[in-house]
Write a protein that binds this ligand. Structure first.
Ligand SMILES: [Zn+2]
Ligand SMILES: [Zn+2]
Length: 316
């Protein structure tokens, strides 16, 4: 099997995927006949070939069978897991990727034009597909250890997700980690979104107002919950308000691009102008973007309603 021995040169070829796919039936046949695949080198080599192949086709759905061919081993799923957990490559399974986009990317109208092709790719994935969605994260191994201990806590899926995120404040984590913490519960993506939309934890994603984040990444931006009356804001409304306010505090103009060490302003929050508990509507016109410092100040001053707000926004 020249494909396995001259892999590096072959990988450069235009039609490498066709060649790999053409070999899938042969690999199945050999497996059915009880023959083992020719083992050309160590497992490390198999792992490298899997990675090289995924890197050759990033953001592309790759069938498990193709990985079986390029790795030359039948237990490729273990090697994929090592790449993900020990080496920090954001390789998503078809299952996880689909659960993720159903909650985060089709949740509303905040969809980004650029992502359409990728979203369609993910939507079409099957259980045994894999997709590489970004660069290596060398801290991932440490987090996976942490995920392993949080996973064992005898609490609800949502509490475990929150516990994991609170131990990683400001650190991007992948959907695969969250799914693992949730012990594979299919509701992991929905519970994660509810932490933001119902409980007011600032869990950001690409489609909830942080377009700079890659698909598949979640960040708990600060270890603080929005005041009760500001909770329950849907993602499409959140994105509409943030875009209208140009992702900046309407009191001081701060935006996350101006992040400075020592500056207490670290995140943007949405405030209900007419407090939600007082019957204030959950619509864009009743919401305003503020940095955490000015959001706190507004609450400290007890400002409620449009008139008081306008006066405060205009004051020096
Ligand atoms: Zn501000
Ligand atoms: Zn508020």
């Amino acid at each position: 099997m020249a494909l396995l021995t001259d892999f590096e040169q072959l990988l450069e070829r235009e039609n490498i995927r066709e060649q790999v796919c053409a070999l899938i039936p042969a690999v199945h046949l050999m497996r059915d006949l009880g023959a083992s695949l020719p083992r050309v080198d160590s497992f490390g080599g198999a792992r490298d070939r899997i990675l090289n192949y995924l890197q050759r086709f990033p953001a592309t759905a790759i069938a498990g069978d193709e990985i079986g061919v390029v790795s030359g081993i039948s237990e490729y799923a273990r090697r994929v897991r090592e790449l993900r957990v020990e080496m920090g490559w954001p390789i998503f399974s078809g299952t996880t990727a689909k659960e993720m986009i159903q909650q985060e990317h089709y949740a509303g109208n905040g969809q980004h034009e650029l992502d359409k092709g990728l979203l369609e790719t993910i939507e079409a994935m099957v259980v045994d597909d894999y997709i590489l969605l970004g660069d290596q994260d060398r801290d991932a191994a440490h987090r996976w250890n942490l995920a392993n201990s949080v996973r064992k806590q005898k609490t609800s899926v949502r509490d475990r997700l929150l516990s994991y995120l609170r131990q990683n404040v400001g650190i991007p984590v992948t959907g695969e980690e969250l799914r693992y913490v949730a012990k594979g519960a299919t509701e992991w993506a929905r519970r994660t979104r509810e932490l933001r939309t119902e409980l007011g934890w600032p869990v950001s994603t690409r489609n909830s107002g942080r377009p700079d984040l890659p698909v598949g990444i979640y960040v708990l931006e600060a270890d603080r919950q929005l005041p009760e009356h500001d909770r329950v804001i849907s993602d499409p409304i959140r994105v509409t308000v943030l875009e209208r306010d140009k992702f900046s505090c309407q009191r001081c103009g701060w935006n996350p691009g101006n992040m400075m060490p020592g500056d207490p302003r670290t995140l943007l929050e949405l405030h209900h102008i007419e407090h939600h508990v007082d019957g204030g509507e959950n619509v864009a016109d009743n919401l305003i973007t503020l940095c955490n410092v000015h959001h706190d100040e507004l609450h400290r001053l007890g400002i409620n309603g449009n008139a008081a707000l306008s006066e405060w926004l205009a004051s020096d």
